[in-house]
Design a protein around this ligand. Structure first.
Ligand code: 5CA
Length: 446
């Protein structure tokens, strides 16, 4: 993309309504615009990152054997009356009447809708195990929407639902989700720690939240610092293997890590004192096993191998897709702007032309741009007639991990400059070498 042809409404001043750095940087970098409290338009740059995050979530869900689909945002109240949650959910549910006076609602989550789909089409244990998921907009009429996309009213969420014959099978589905979530967050450059949590309005007492440690996080957390040494990495995993998935759960959840909802002082005291940590975290996902809560209330049953009809065991598993943009920025920025991890960056590299209009510099930039595109990469070329200082400041704000700087002086010696946004280190090299290096970096990232 050439910046002169893009739509990137960068703000010079810090917006006064933004209290935390991710919100401030997303507004300043022209990624989002508030439409009304807790509701945002996703401008082109923000939309690009949202799509990248969504794609990673899709890839990792499907790798785990979970099946994508799409349910509507608007739901009928009748299903929620069946489960008993129409009254329980309270003021967070946005209730709407259609022209015939029927009660509708903007879905805050989808347990009822998916259970209805399941009971309409599945009647035998032979169709299990089954995990269906979608990535769809949700609405929760939060009393205090704040921090931009972190606590929105309308937000983008991946929610998946497993249906299993037995509790053991459902716990395997739970473990499988835990593994796939670890992989998902790591691909986004994040460490998200699974912590014992509370079921809230979803229900069930077996649940973990995934937390990214950050001072601006809304949750108070207590943990053994040894959990921060764990990484999943690129180990091979067989998602059908009950033992392998259970071993990962054991490895990542056996050390003390809890949110304030389930914090237990006595258990925490057993952690060696030097390793006891109290901090704040951003909840980027949550997995639940709630057994037959919905299947019993709504009659989602299957016939088992012994011919008896039993309610299925279920769980639901969510990832805060839009919240993740905020969490990634909270975890990865400096005083100049965002620093995107390679896995989610909106553009792979920036090209800065120090002397727009100079025949040689323009030609070198065009050639670099074309070479990167030819390799399937997505560069952002700042071809505006602006001072070098302004161009650098914009690139730093946008946070692309790599920048190629092209100027007449370097070109006389046959070189351009390749700069890492994260370290600030620059290296001079021929343009082809810069292209090659960027291609190599992204080849390992998918
Ligand atoms: N049905 C279950 C699992 S699918 C569920 O709704 N879980 S949840 O309530 O924990 O939401 C899943 C994730 O959505 C949360 O972990 C959080 O990352 C994100 N989320 C929840 N509320 C908001 C909000 N108001 N703004 C942005 N993201 C949110």
């Amino acid at each position: 993309m050439r910046l002169s042809r893009y739509f990137l409404p960068v703000l010079k001043e810090n917006p006064s309504e933004a209290q935390i750095v991710s919100h401030r940087l997303m507004l300043r970098a022209g990624m989002i615009k508030q439409a009304s409290a807790g509701i945002y338009s996703w401008l082109p740059l923000g939309f690009k990152v949202l799509r990248k995050i969504e794609n990673i979530v899709h890839e990792e869900q499907q790798r785990a054997g979970h099946i994508p689909m799409l349910m509507p945002t608007l739901q009928s109240a009748d299903l929620w009356r069946e489960s008993g949650r129409y009254d329980d959910y309270g003021e967070e549910m946005l209730r709407i009447k259609d022209r015939h006076g029927r009660d509708m609602l903007y879905g805050p989550t989808n347990e009822e809708l998916i259970t209805d789909i399941f009971r309409s089409h599945v009647g035998s244990y032979k169709d299990l195990p089954l995990t269906l998921y979608h990535i769809q907009w949700k609405f929760r009429d939060e009393i205090r929407p704040r921090f931009g996309v972190m606590r929105g009213r309308e937000f983008f969420m991946k929610d998946g639902y497993n249906f299993d014959l037995t509790k053991e099978d459902a716990l395997h589905a739970y473990n499988r989700h835990l593994v796939s979530y670890l992989r998902t967050y790591e691909r986004m450059g994040l460490q998200a720690i699974p912590m014992r949590a509370d079921g809230g309005p979803i229900g069930g007492d077996y649940t973990h939240e995934f937390l990214v440690l950050a001072e601006t996080g809304e949750s108070e957390v207590f943990y053994d610092s040894a959990v921060t040494d764990l990484t999943f990495g690129d180990r091979a995993i067989d998602y059908d293997s009950v033992d392998q998935c259970a071993a990962v759960l054991e490895e990542f959840t056996s050390k003390y890590a809890r949110t304030d909802e389930t914090h237990d002082e006595a258990l925490f005291a057993e952690v060696p004192e030097a390793r006891q940590r109290t901090a704040r975290g951003i909840e980027v996902g949550q997995i639940f096993y709630f057994g037959t809560k919905y299947s019993e209330a709504m009659g989602a049953k299957v016939q088992g191998p012994d011919g008896k009809t039993v309610p299925v065991h279920m769980g639901s598993h969510g990832i805060g897709v839009s919240r993740l943009l905020g969490a990634i920025i909270e975890a990865s920025h400096d005083d100049k702007g965002i620093i995107w991890p390679e896995g989610v960056t909106p553009f792979h590299a920036g090209i800065v032309n120090l002397k727009q209009g100079d025949e040689e510099a323009d030609a070198a930039c065009d050639a670099l741009y074309a070479s990167l595109k030819a390799l399937g990469l997505d560069p952002l070329y700042d071809d505006r007639n602006e001072r070098a200082g302004g161009k650098f400041a914009t690139m730093d704000l946008l946070g692309l991990p790599w920048r190629i700087t092209v100027g007449p002086r370097g070109l006389k010696n046959g070189v351009v400059e390749l700069t890492s946004r994260r370290t600030g280190e620059s290296e001079e090299m021929p343009p082809e070498a810069a292209v090659e290096k960027i291609a190599q970096i992204y080849a390992g990232i998918a």
